[in-house]
Design a protein around this ligand. Structure first.
Ligand SMILES: *Cc1c(COP(=O)(O)O)cnc(C)c1O
Length: 426
């Protein structure tokens, strides 16, 4: 099918969209009484309408049952995290026993590094992407220092080549081979938060393992966005937040994945808490920690039920929509966005927009990062004024993330029209 840059074409794609009714299952923010065009699902996903009801149920059970809710709530709170695991396993492509929802993302990065970053004087280096999300940089740097190493020596950052904007996978693999005698850990994003580049996780994992290193991923921008098969890819560990593409609400509970060859090893070093203790005997409150032989063995505290109820609400929406249909629409919607952005350059003496995100469908997810070569700031202001919520990064990058469940083809067409009219009037 050939894409067309017209409203009627965009509307016909919406009419054929099997997921179009899902937009109505979300609260869409308003500007002057009209739905905004919400393109920041990569930052904070929108609220499913059913979320209030899921939280309300727990509030009612708490009001009526008090502490007894741990056992007698309609969804008993003691094992509450367990009801999320099956759906999370479908999101990341793992066994149910390899995932658990707990804590926050940066906390989990630290907890996983306690287990999986065990540097020795020989093997202590970490390979990561340059300009990783700041929290990840601080986590890595402080872990390295904690073990008595210097970040300048121990952290090897892979950057795009001079004059290029995305990281070449072959450069990651080459760096892994170069540092192989000293490499402890490869820890990258699954999707780069700035460019939207999707990394070849299976290839990076293979290269890391060949070098004798552990391989983990920060999936903050990957979960709920692209297809993942963490178990089959043989990834050692991963963690993510659920408030971006997964729509679980501000500060929503994070999740972790730990490959079963590690998860079943109760002797792996870790920071322990009572919620990671063997379930049958947890309440004997005995001395001496005995880990659950699954990812749950990394839990510290009892489950934040209200936050998990919101997460459950959003996972149920995804399950109803079906991941296959979601990924199919994501590809079409992002393809249409790329097409419209390229159209803006057609017939211009110099390009007005450079798309930073890879054009290759297997190397991009929902996000499209646009380097604005002309009038970037005034375009962004016009977009904001006309009800488009996007993300601005100094000096001149606009990031948008049209998502399959609540964005339409018409949304991206309108976005492109506002850019065009601003370019022409500036
Ligand atoms: C959003 C994001 C974070 C945020 O961390 P929190 O601990 O949830 O505040 C961290 N890392 C990456 C890569 C992110 O995209």
């Amino acid at each position: 099918m050939n894409n067309q840059d017209t409203l009627s074409f965009a509307q016909s794609l919406d009419q054929q969209d099997p997921l179009r009714s899902f937009r109505n299952t979300f609260h869409i923010p308003q500007l002057q009484g009209k739905d905004v065009i919400y393109f920041t699902g990569n930052s904070l996903g929108l609220q499913p309408k059913r979320t209030a009801q899921y939280i309300q149920q727990e509030l009612e059970d708490w009001a009526q049952l008090g502490v007894e809710g741990h056992f007698h709530a309609r969804n008993p709170w003691m094992p509450y995290h367990e009801i999320l695991s099956r759906q999370l396993a479908a999101v990341v492509g793992s066994k149910t026993s390899e995932v658990v929802a707990m804590n926050q993302l940066t906390v989990n990065l630290h907890l996983l590094m306690v287990t999986f970053y065990q540097p020795t004087t020989e093997r202590y280096k970490i390979i990561c992407e340059a300009k990783a999300f700041p929290s990840d940089q601080y986590a890595l740097e402080s872990q390295v220092r904690y073990h008595g190493f210097s970040p300048d020596d121990a952290i090897v950052e892979i950057a795009p080549r001079p004059g290029e904007t995305i990281i070449r996978e072959e450069d990651v693999v080459t760096a892994i081979e170069q540092h192989k005698d000293h490499l402890a850990l490869v820890l990258m994003g699954g999707v780069n938060y700035y460019t939207g580049q999707v990394f070849d996780m299976p290839a990076i994992t293979k290269a890391g393992h060949r070098a004798g290193a552990i391989v983990g991923f920060d999936l903050a921008h990957a979960v709920g966005n692209i297809e993942l098969q963490l178990h089959d890819w043989d990834v050692d560990f991963a963690t993510w937040c659920s408030y971006k593409y997964l729509n679980s609400g501000p500060g929503g509970v994070s999740g972790v994945y730990i490959h079963e060859r590690h998860a079943t090893n109760i002797n792996l070093p870790r920071f322990a808490g009572w919620w990671g203790y063997e379930k049958e005997t947890r309440f004997k409150m005995d001395k001496g920690f005995k880990a659950i032989p699954t990812a749950e063995g990394w839990q510290l505290s009892n489950a934040p039920v209200l936050s998990m109820a919101a997460h459950k609400a959003s996972l149920d929406v995804f399950e109803e929509a079906g991941w296959e249909r979601i990924h199919a629409k994501r590809k079409l919607l992002s393809g249409y966005t790329h097409f419209l952005m390229q159209q803006i350059n057609v017939g211009q003496s110099e390009p007005l927009i450079q798309i930073l995100t890879p054009a290759d469908e297997s190397r991009r997810g929902c996000q499209v990062s646009l380097l604005m070569l002309k009038n970037g700031k005034s375009i962004f202001e016009a977009l904001t004024k006309q009800g488009v919520i996007a993300d601005w990064r100094e000096p001149n990058v606009i990031r948008i993330a049209p998502v399959p469940l609540y964005n339409s083809y018409e949304d991206v067409w309108r976005f492109s029209e506002i850019i065009k009219s601003t370019l022409n009037n500036a």
